[in-house]
Structure formats: C-alpha cells, structure tokens
Design a protein around this ligand. Structure first.
Ligand code: GTP
Ligand code: MG
Length: 221
C-alpha cells in the first residue's frame, strides 16, 4: 500500500490472510489452485511458512490478497503469533473424508481467537468434495458449525477446481466491505472532529470577546 491513504482511487489494497487446518487437508493445493491454477497430486507437507499473492478487482479497486500458508503439522510450524499478526482473513480447512480434521477445528478456532484480530473474517472450508464416496463429514455438519460460530462456509475441491475461487473471493470481498466501512467511519469521525473544532474556535472567540469586554470594564472602572 506504500504511503497512499486507504481507499484512494489509484491505491492498491493489501490484505493479509492465512490458511489453517490439519496436515494434508489440502491448504497448499487450495492456495496453488487460487494463485496459479495448479494442483499437485503428490505435494509435500509444508515446512515453515510460504505465501502467494493474487490481485483481485473489486468494483474499481485493485486488492492485493497476500495469502499465507503454513504446516498443519505442529513440528513444522513457524512462530504462531507472527503468522496471525495483521491477518484480516482466515481460511479454516478440514478434509471431508477425515472426521478427525473436522473434530480438530475446535483447536484451530481456539488458536485463531487467541492470536488474531477480533474482527477477522473466517471462512470454513470442507475440502476434497470430489471424494464424496469416502465422505466422513456431512455437509450439514459443516453448515451447522459455521452457523454456530458465525462463519462463512463452503465445500471445495482443489483437485477438480470446485468453489475454490468462490471461497477465496468471499473472504476477500468480506474483508473489503469491513475495511470500506471502517474507512467511511474514520472519514465521518474526521468530519465530526472538524465541526467540533470549528465550534470550539467560535466558543473561544466568544469567550475572548467576553474577557475583552470585562477587561474594558475593568480598565474603565
Ligand atoms: P500440510 O502442508 O502438511 O499442512 O498439508 P496441506 O494441508 O497443505 O495439504 P496439501 O495441499 O499438501 O495436500 C495433501 C494431499 O491431499 C495431496 O496429496 C493433495 O494432492 C491432496 N489434495 C488436496 N486437495 C485435494 C482435493 O480437493 N481432492 C483430492 N482428491 N485430493 C486433494
Ligand atoms: Mg501445505
């Protein structure tokens, strides 16, 4: 974003978002599908942190989405607090063919609430929807958890490229809406402050006049 003010027309907006969820749920493949339209059947576990960018046009604005990806395996994860710092959105991923990855969402949500901003946008994603025959988590389970925790929800397939674009765009658009709302409120606050400043100057001016009169009286007496 450089030095340009938030929501200037010529400005680009940089939104940091993070991917979280158990190992092998498909986080890295969701990212490579979204950022490069690539899928890797034999992808290796992520070690440490990686990230990718993609520019998205929302209305007449360009948003640069910076998406961080880390290891689901605890022993490969980098420092958690720096991973979440400044993140405006999180994609919380489980694998619909492994019930355990759904059960572990509680742990991930707990970590998110501990380390991230209070108003972070969270999208719950049930990945590998192409493997419907091996399904261990019903779509209704995902839906009710999302409702309970007030999250957006979608089932995706990084492999078949189903809903991947939609899931990321939903997250980024929601962040954009919140950021524009905040920017509007900031502008309104600034306008109110200016009115108050102006009124205060007038009051000071009136007070000055009164004291000037008093002084005149004082001198006259
Ligand atoms: P960690 O980096 O260890 O946390 O794992 P990850 O969540 O990044 O998983 P990754 O993207 O590396 O995918 C793990 C395996 O699942 C790979 O073999 C992928 O090819 C496979 N996979 C990912 N997404 C899908 C999908 O939508 N459908 C199917 N069938 N396989 C998938
Ligand atoms: Mg990975």
């Amino acid at each position: 974003m450089g030095s340009c003010a938030m929501f200037d027309d010529e400005c680009e907006y940089l939104f940091k978002t993070v991917l979280i969820g158990d190992s092998t749920v498909g986080k890295s493949n969701l990212l490579s599908r979204f950022a490069k339209d690539e899928f890797h059947i034999d992808s290796k576990p992520t070690i440490g942190v990686e990230f990718a960018y993609r520019n998205i046009k929302i209305g007449d604005k360009i948003v640069k989405a910076q998406i961080w990806d880390t290891a689901g395996q605890e022993r490969f994860r980098a420092i958690t607090s720096s991973y979440y710092r400044g993140a405006l959105g999180a994609m919380l991923v489980y694998d619909i063919t492994r019930r355990g990855t759904f059960e572990n969402l509680r742990k991930w949500l707990h970590e998110l609430r501990e380390y991230s901003n209070r108003d972070i946008v969270i999208v719950l994603v049930g990945n590998k929807s192409d493997l419907d025959d091996s399904r261990e988590v019903d779509i209704e389970d995902g839906q009710s958890l999302a409702q309970l925790e007030d999250l957006c929800f979608m089932e995706t397939s990084a492999k078949e490229n189903l809903n991947v674009e939609d899931a990321f765009l939903q997250m980024i658009t929601k962040i954009f809406e919140i950021a524009s709302q905040k920017s509007l409120e900031a502008k309104e606050n600034e306008a109110t402050k200016q009115v108050l400043d102006h009124e205060r100057k007038e009051i000071i001016y009136v007070v000055d006049e009164v004291s000037a009169t008093k002084q005149t009286n004082c001198c006259a007496s």
